[in-house]
Design a protein. Sequence first.
Length: 393
Amino acid sequence: MAHTEPVLIAGGGIAGLATSLALAQHGISSRIFEQREIFSEAGAGIQIGPNGVRALSALGVAPLLARHVSVPEEIVVHQGANGRILTRMPLGGWIADRHGAPYWVVHRRDLQTALLERVRATPGIAVETGFAIAEAADHGDHVSVRSSTGTTVRGPVLVGADGIRSRIRTAVAPGTQLRFSGKAASRALLSPDAAASLGDAASMGVWLAPGAHVVHYPIAAGAQIAVVAIVPDDRMTDDWAAPNDWSALAPHLASFAPELRQVLASAPEWRRWALFETAPLANLANGRIALAGDAAHPVFPFLAQGGVMALEDALVLASALANQPEDPAGALKAYEAARRPRVNAIVATSRQNGRIFHLSGPAAFARNLAMATVPAARLMARYDWVYGWQPPA
Ligand SMILES: Cc1cc2nc3c(=O)[nH]c(=O)nc-3n(C[C@H](O)[C@H](O)[C@H](O)COP(=O)(O)OP(=O)(O)OC[C@H]3O[C@@H](n4cnc5c(N)ncnc54)[C@H](O)[C@@H]3O)c2cc1C
C-alpha cells in the first residue's frame, strides 16, 4: 500500500478514533467518517483495565485522560439480597504492580474528549462528521464508500469501526445476525453523597442476585458515581441510550437489599442499553476491508472489556498495515489472525461471567461460598491473560 492515500475509517467511536491515532504513529494518514454531526457521549462510566491503560499510553492519550480518572482500590462483591460482603478483589496498587499499569474508571465523555483532542492535534487525520456511510465496496486495488447523500470517497483500505450495528460488517462477514440477550443495562450517575451508604466511594461495588446484578464505581476523579444495573428486559430497542423510568426498572431490582434500592431510586435519570451479541464472526477482514471494535466483536459488558478491545484492535491493525505496506489484504489477514483468538476468548469469558453473576439457588450458594473462601488475589489472577496484554512492539 502506498501510504500516500489516507485509510478510510467508518465511525468515530473508541475504535475509529484509536485506529486513526495508531495509524498516524506509523506515518499512515486516515479519514474518519462519522455519521453524527457532533461528538457526544451519553453520561455513563467506562472501566479501563491495565491492558486498556497500556493501549492508551501507546496512543499518547493516557496523559490527557489521567486527571479525570479514578483508581478504585478494590472490587467489593456483595450478596445482592442482604448486602453481605462475599469478597474484596484487589485493584489499586496491587493490580498496577502486577501488570505495570493501573485500573482506571472514567466518564465516557472524558475518554472520548481525550481521544478527540489527541486526534485533532495529530497531523494526517481528517475527521468528517455528518457523513453516514450507506455503502462500501472493495474493488480489488482500492476501496470506496458512499455516503447517504451520494458522496463517494476512495482509499487503499477501509476499517469498519461503526459499532455493533455495523454496515461494513456485511462486506466482511455477510449473514451475521445480532442476537438479543433478553437483558438490558440501565445506567445512571449519582453524587458521592447520594451513594454514601453503599460503602467506600473510592472502591467499585458489585451486587449479585438471581438473573441480575448491579455495579457502581467512582468517575470524574471521584466527583460522580456511575451505576449500571443489568436486569431481564424484553424491550429489544435499537436505541443506543434510550431513556428508562425508575418505575420500569424497580420491579427487576426487587430482590436486592433495601439500602441498595433506596440509593438507586434517588438517581435523577436512567438510560437503557438493550444487550446484543453475535456468534463469533467468520472473518474480521476480507480483502482491503477490516472490522474493529464492536463491529468486529460485540461483547457483553460483564468483563468490562469491549472498549478496551477496540483500543487493542487499533494498535494491532495499524502495526499489521505498517509491517506489510505492499500487501494490504495480507496485512489485514495478519491482523485477523492476531486478534481472533483473543477477542473470541474475551467474548466467551464475558458471557460466562454473566452466567456466574446471575446464578440462583444452590449454584448461587456454591458461587458465594467459593468467593468467600478462595483468596481474592487468586480470583483476580484468573484475569492475568486479560490485563497482561502488551501492544505490538
Ligand atoms: C452497559 C455497557 C457497559 C460497558 N462497559 C464497558 C467497560 O466498562 N469497559 C469497556 O472497555 N467497555 C465497556 N462497554 C463496551 C464499550 O462501550 C464498547 O465496546 C465500545 O463503545 C465500542 O466502541 P466502538 O468504537 O467499536 O463502537 P461505538 O462506540 O458504537 O462507535 C461506533 C461509531 O460509528 C458511528 N457509525 C455507525 N454507523 C455509521 C455509518 N454507517 N457511517 C458513519 N458512522 C457510523 C457511530 O455513530 C459511532 O460513533 C460497555 C458497553 C455497555 C453497553
